[in-house]
Design a protein. Structure first.
Length: 317
């Protein structure tokens, strides 16, 4: 029997760390290197475990993720980082294998892999093919909106939403990132190759997990594929054969009661794309779990590609 892959999860008690841990429960090909709860923030202990691992997942705030990378002392350990710290950095593979052969190869060969941000995953799943296939130009003035469950904000936000006594405002969906400085904007611009950052409005609401990210497009401003059906065909062809990204049959009737629920993909690691709209305006929407294809599921997909095993191993599509 071949040796088990040694895996350390730095940040294993956090929201994404716990989900990764859960997904490994039934895997026999990996050995998880444990860290005691008291030592989980101890730099020396983390350094020891990172350097004893074959693969370390970083499920930490950005500053701690940067520190973890600085603790690597050998050239065999592979890092899969779920934070925002390294996503647009030179030398890091962007962990979205469906985008191109080059993305997939960089993940397979890389020892530094950055997992895309959750909103960025939805946005890029829609905009990258639109630009790559020439349906819109790189200077198209893209806007997007999205809704997420509160687990997207990690432990602190979960505690705020699940507190017995909570502010009334938390009962209603809340729009945020109003100053147009959301932390995913950089990757949203860079990965599809847009000339400017999109106008992006996220909303967080009172349910645990799952999200929908939508991008509206005026057909008149497109270069080709000027009917919603044609746009649908381009996207369906782009993702043909992918087991993680499924372009749903054309039209709003595919959504439940003509609505896209934020929590429909909760607990799953795959992503669904919907193309709706009319001859004047097309709406592209991406529905998935912020903790699935939006974080932990994508991180494990990258691990599977790096290990050369079945891409969906241990995941719930
Ligand atoms: N939640 C989501 O849907 C998504 C999250 N991400 C990203 O993944 C990363 C983790 O997020 P998430 O799991 O939600 O966050 P959480 O706040 O739920 O978890 C982070 C964990 O890291 C621990 N931690 C903080 N500082 C250190 C340190 N110096 N050393 C070791 N452990 C530390 C925290 O402990 P303590 O709580 O005690 O401080 C906590 O257990 C973040 O960068 C986040 O932006 C990415 C995509 C989606
Ligand atoms: C609801 C909520 O607060 N969501 C988080 C995004 C979660 C995420 O994707 O974090 P990373 O950037 O580390 O990937 C936010 O908007 O900041």
């Amino acid at each position: 029997m071949s040796r088990k892959v040694k895996i350390f999860i730095d940040g294993s008690e956090g929201t994404t760390g716990l989900r990764i841990h859960e997904r490994f429960a039934e895997r026999e090909d990996v050995e998880l290197l444990p860290i005691s709860s008291e030592l989980r923030k101890d730099k020396e202990e983390r350094k020891r475990l990172i350097n004893s691992s074959d693969i370390t997942f970083l499920c930490l705030p950005d500053a701690a993720a940067e520190e973890s990378v600085s603790l690597v002392e050998n050239d065999h350990v592979r890092i899969i980082d779920t934070s925002t710290a390294h996503r647009t950095m030179e030398g890091w593979a962007y962990g979205f294998p469906e985008l191109s052969k080059e993305h997939r190869e960089a993940i397979a060969a890389g020892n530094r892999i950055a997992v895309p941000g959750c909103y960025a995953t939805g946005f890029i799943s829609l905009v990258y093919p639109m630009v790559a296939e020439g349906l819109i130009s790189a200077d198209y003035p893209v806007s997007a909106f999205g809704i997420s469950g509160y687990s997207g904000g990690g432990r602190k936000m979960i505690a705020a939403y699940e507190a017995e006594e909570r502010e009334d405002a938390l009962l209603a969906p809340r729009e945020y990132a109003l100053s147009q400085a959301h932390k995913h904007l950089k990757e949203m611009k860079k990965i599809p190759g847009l000339k400017r950052e999109p106008l992006f409005s996220p909303i967080v609401a009172d349910y645990y997990s799952g999200m929908v990210v939508s991008v509206p497009v005026y057909t008149e401003l497109m270069n080709k594929g000027r009917t919603p059906q044609e746009v649908w065909k381009y996207l369906a062809d782009f993702y043909a054969g992918s087991c993680f990204v499924r372009v749903m049959p054309f039209g709003a009737e595919e959504a439940s009661a003509n609505m896209l629920a934020g929590n429909a993909m909760s607990g799953r690691d795959s992503l669904r794309i919907y193309v709706t709209g009319n001859e004047d305006r097309v709406l592209l929407s991406s529905q998935f779990d912020n903790l699935g294809k939006g974080a932990s599921g994508a991180a494990i997909q990258c691990l599977n590609i790096a290990l050369g095993c079945e891409e969906s191993k241990g995941l719930h599509l």
